[in-house]
Design a protein around this ligand. Structure first.
Ligand code: IPM
Ligand code: MN
Length: 352
């Protein structure tokens, strides 16, 4: 029997609750498809930080590095200053484990949950490939004359040829694998960011022309991209973009697919430890009430199985999520599901 070692970080707020449901579904799928997942739980997040004053010990990073996959609930605690846990845990893991891709599928499962008029599941089905290790996120920059009237703050966008190229290659390969429209759209800002996106654009066309001649290359400025997300989401197949733009457009993507209750993402290192998460955050006000939607975390688990190569089991989870979304759930929003958090987990697990 094939077995996989999985690190689990429930994290803060509703994170542990939704991860529990994700594991429930993963276990049901494992049973059905004859695989085994062994979980190792890590206590990380705001509570641990408040207790120990340490967000993420070096030794834990080294341990996590050895897992093929990590399932993450949520990071973010109301008593911890914004930035500390995000930088100290989430971004640190993305960087140190070289999870250089942030993969965000935007797929509408049921028309009822789309805020766009007259858009159907077949109109909203694309993937955003966000560069996850560079750009404005590296922390490069600094202050001069801080606190004085003439202070200067510089925050630099770092774009290396190596970093851009590996992200583009991943995106081209994914487009090929999806085999939908065979179209890859670079989303950038070549009209203003004439250094960073010059590099991106040149690399995009060079790699595409030489190694992926079967993939159509398309370009959209990032501001226009947000416009098309709303107006013509059906134009997109795969989108590739930098870290900051990817952060912004994927929240819009999440809304277009029905909201944070259903949106999942993967932080991918194709050769190392990849981490899968619902992208909605820790939702502290719903903690412990059994009202949060676990579907996003269940979809994160599904992405994880797909990444591990268990495509059949992953597909079965997705089909069950689609069925539950279409036939059972009243709303994707916390508190309005029509079911409790664990009942939604049960529905997906039994529907496999
Ligand atoms: C995301 C989040 C993070 C990001 C935050 C929590 C640091 O918004 O995963 O999109 O900006 O990448
Ligand atoms: Mn974000």
């Amino acid at each position: 029997m094939k077995s996989y070692e999985i690190a689990v970080i429930g994290g803060d707020g509703t994170g542990p609750e939704v991860v529990l449901e994700s594991i429930k579904v993963l276990d049901a799928a494992s049973k059905k498809f004859g695989i085994r997942l062994n979980y190792t739980h890590y206590d990380l997040g705001g509570d641990r930080y408040l207790r120990t004053k340490e967000a993420l010990p070096d030794s834990v990073v080294e341990e996590l590095r050895k897992f093929p996959a990590i399932l993450l609930g949520a990071i973010g605690h109301p008593d911890v200053k914004p930035g500390i846990l995000e930088k100290g845990i989430l971004l640190r893991l993305r960087f140190e484990l070289e999870q250089y891709i942030n993969l965000r599928p935007v797929k509408l499962y049921d028309e009822r949950f789309c805020p766009l008029k007259d858009k159907k599941p077949e109109d909203v089905d694309f993937v955003v490939v966000r560069e996850n290790n560079e750009g404005l996120y590296t922390g490069s920059g600094g202050f001069v004359f801080k606190g004085t009237p003439h202070e200067i703050a510089v925050q630099e966008s770092i774009n290396t040829r190596r970093g851009v190229e590996r992200c583009l290659r991943f995106a081209f390969e994914l487009t090929q694998k999806r085999n939908k429209e065979n179209k890859l759209t670079l989303s950038g800002k070549t009209n203003v960011l004439t250094f960073a996106f010059d590099l991106w654009e040149r690399a995009f066309h060079e790699i595409g022309k030489k190694d992926f001649p079967g993939i159509k290359r398309d370009y959209a400025h990032v501001d226009a991209t947000t416009m098309w997300f709303v107006k013509n989401p059906e134009w997109f197949d795969v989108i590739v973009t930098d870290n900051m733009f990817g952060d912004i457009i994927t929240d819009l993507g999440a809304m277009v697919q029905g909201g944070m209750g259903i949106a999942a993402g993967g932080n991918i290192n194709p050769d190392g430890a990849s981490m899968f998460e619902p992208i909605g955050g820790s939702a502290p006000k719903y903690t412990g009430q059994g009202v949060i939607n676990p579907l996003a975390a269940i979809c994160a688990g599904q992405m994880m199985l797909d990444f591990l190569g268990e495509t059949e089991a992953a597909k079965a989870i997705e089909n069950s999520v689609i069925k539950v979304t279409r036939e059972k759930i009243k709303s994707l929003a916390a508190g309005k599901l029509g079911y409790s958090t664990s009942e939604v987990g049960d529905l997906v697990a039994s529907g496999l």
